[in-house]
Design a protein around this ligand. Structure first.
Ligand SMILES: O=C(O)CCC(=O)C(=O)O
Ligand SMILES: [Fe+2]
Length: 303
């Protein structure tokens, strides 16, 4: 991998370094990845259909190479059977779901916001996107909040429940397992967390709009949550991930989502590849819980 990583153009290595080192940049779109849509085949009708499909290996390798400049790439055993590069395609039976397979508006979120070990960066590659359906992005730097709200957001007065996609895929894949029991516990009895963390003058955030609440009875936290939700909603911008585009989102500094669209389910729909990159734990401080593991290079999967 190192040998191939060195062949990434110097100009691209430089902007990736800038993203890694910057305290204000929150996303980057790179164009010109070589995608051959004919070789890739028609857009699959489900993620299961392409679990073992190798026709997009060249595209996936390019995505992995670019992403690996930012940190260690990893996958969740709970998502798409632990596939390192996941397929995001509209699925007819999921059209109303808040997931990469729905086609209603996907509300903004930090990826896997509920989890301590969520990714630092999320990388998306466009295989095809003929209707130019936008991904949405909102930066924490664009939110204006009172000092009071900022300090409340730094306290462990919020709950973020796991998104249903983790629970659903795990229930299908490992019914009755210990990990499923723990995932349910995170849903039923989540640990209170802070939504803002990191340097006070350049905060990081974790939040997942549909799954985040203030602690019951904590009106001040509820008010701060409503304020940040409002500001992030106002800060959203559209970014189209077209064929051969890679979008990298700093999952500590930005939220993302997707506009609603009209799928056709005929092999011509929007098709993105997704990869997660692990972060530098010094930004968040030591982990205080690790109840749902992920598989990472060099780290055995818990399943
Ligand atoms: O489809 C997109 O543009 C984003 C999907 C997304 O948020 C995700 O899969 O995590
Ligand atoms: Fe997402």
């Amino acid at each position: 991998m190192e040998e191939y990583a060195r062949r990434i153009p110097a100009s691209l290595r430089a902007v990736l370094r800038e993203l890694r080192e910057s305290r204000t940049l929150c996303a980057l779109r790179v164009s010109g990845v070589r995608v051959d849509p004919d070789r890739c085949g028609p857009t699959p009708l489900s993620w299961q259909e392409c679990l073992d499909d190798t026709r997009q290996a060249a595209e996936e390798a390019q995505l992995a190479l670019v992403a690996s400049r930012l940190g260690g790439i990893f996958a969740w055993p709970t998502i798409q059977r632990g596939r390192m590069v996941q397929n995001l395609v509209p699925v007819e039976s999921d059209r109303r779901e808040q997931s990469g397979h729905g086609s209603v508006a996907l509300e903004w979120h930090t990826e896997d916001g509920f989890h301590q070990d969520r990714c630092r960066y999320l990388a998306l590659l466009g295989i095809r996107n003929p209707d130019r359906v936008p991904t949405t992005i909102g930066s924490v730097h664009d939110v204006r909040l009172s000092e009071r709200h900022r300090s409340v957001l730094r306290e462990k007065r919020f709950l973020i429940r796991p998104d249903l996609e983790h629970l659903r895929q795990l229930a299908d894949y490992a019914p009755g397992s210990e990990i499923l029991r723990r995932a349910h516990a995170m849903n039923e009895d989540p640990e209170p967390v802070a939504l803002f963390f990191g340097a006070p003058d350049s905060p990081c955030l974790r939040i997942d709009a549909p799954y985040t609440t203030a602690l019951p009875g904590d009106d001040e936290a509820a008010e701060a949550l409503a304020a940040v939700v409002d500001e992030l909603s106002g800060a959203q911008r559209d970014v189209v991930v077209g064929e051969g585009d890679v979008l990298i989102v700093d999952n500590y500094r930005a939220v993302h989502g997707r506009r609603a669209f009209q799928p056709r389910y005929d092999g011509t729909d929007r098709w993105l590849k997704r990869l997660s990159v692990a972060g530098d734990s010094t930004v968040t401080g030591p982990a205080d819980h690790r109840s749902l593991s992920r598989s990472a290079p060099g780290r055995p999967s818990f399943l």
